[in-house]
Design a protein. Structure first.
Length: 264
């Protein structure tokens, strides 16, 4: 494990990775503009081996009920890796590979691998979960905190996307199982995009950034003044129970998201 940050650079784009702080992207600067909210809890962190909240911290696997710590009472939230150190497997000027071996409180052995690839106009994030022993359900997702403004008196970011439906959110912040027509924000909500996640963030006069993924689920959170979160993931909140994706010794779980940008 390295406590040092890693800086990837391509033309006027720089991505700063923090292996020791949850394997997160600590910063993303494009043409001098910092796109990610700064601070140890922010940037963009991986959500694994689950995304969002798990109801009461419990999920069923192989006939056994597993209990996760309730770090967002009464639920468990955002997986087990975002505050843990990751190992640096390799790095170049434009690409880095980080790994994390799943440990307690997650009850199953497994390895998570993140690959970060930077080009002058895109950052691609790929994550996989694999096991050589017991099979288990898992999810993969990313939780970026994009700055609402890029400073210097700029306008607030504008969000544009066209989901097929919105998951109705219950009083406990979890999907009820009902599909509803998309509603206006503010949001802390999960949306379905069956043709793949495609969300555009526009800072007027500055930058346009597209968040894309072949995955079908995205959570949008914009209830804080400082930032807007656009979170592609392999299943909805509480998905370990409602939309489990099984990791087996011959079938790992892998997902990719790309953030691409153009100057305005």
């Amino acid at each position: 494990m390295s406590s040092e940050e890693i800086t990837l650079a391509a033309a006027d784009a720089q991505a700063v990775l923090a292996p020791a702080n949850g394997g997160r992207v600590a910063g993303l600067r494009i043409g001098g503009h910092e796109l990610l909210r700064q601070g140890d809890r922010f940037g963009s962190f991986p959500m694994v081996p689950w995304c969002g909240r798990v109801r009461d911290g419990r999920f069923l696997s192989g006939g056994a009920v597993q209990q996760m710590p309730l770090n967002a009472p009464p639920h468990a939230i955002h997986g087990t890796t975002r505050e843990s150190p990751w190992q640096v497997a390799s790095r170049t000027d434009t690409e880095a590979v980080l790994t994390y071996d799943l440990v307690d409180p997650w009850p199953y052995p497994g390895r998570v691998t993140q690959v970060f690839t930077l080009t002058p106009d895109a950052l691609t994030l790929t994550m996989s979960v694999e096991t050589y022993e017991s099979s288990f359900p898992a999810q993969i997702g990313w939780h970026p905190w994009f700055n609402r403004t890029l400073g210097d008196g700029g306008e607030d970011v504008r969000l544009d996307f066209a989901p097929a439906w919105q998951e109705e959110r219950g009083a406990d912040h979890l999907p009820t199982g009902n599909r509803i027509d998309p509603r206006p924000g503010p949001w802390d909500d999960c949306f379905a995009m069956p043709d793949g996640v495609d969300v555009t963030l526009t800072w007027p006069g500055r930058l346009e950034l597209k968040v894309t993924s072949r995955e079908e689920w995205v959570v949008v959170y914009d209830e804080q003044a400082e930032a807007v979160c656009v979170e592609p993931q392999t299943g909805p909140p509480n998905g370990l129970n409602t939309h489990p994706r099984l990791v087996t010794p011959i079938d790992p779980l892998e997902a990719t998201t790309t953030w691409s940008w153009r100057r305005l």
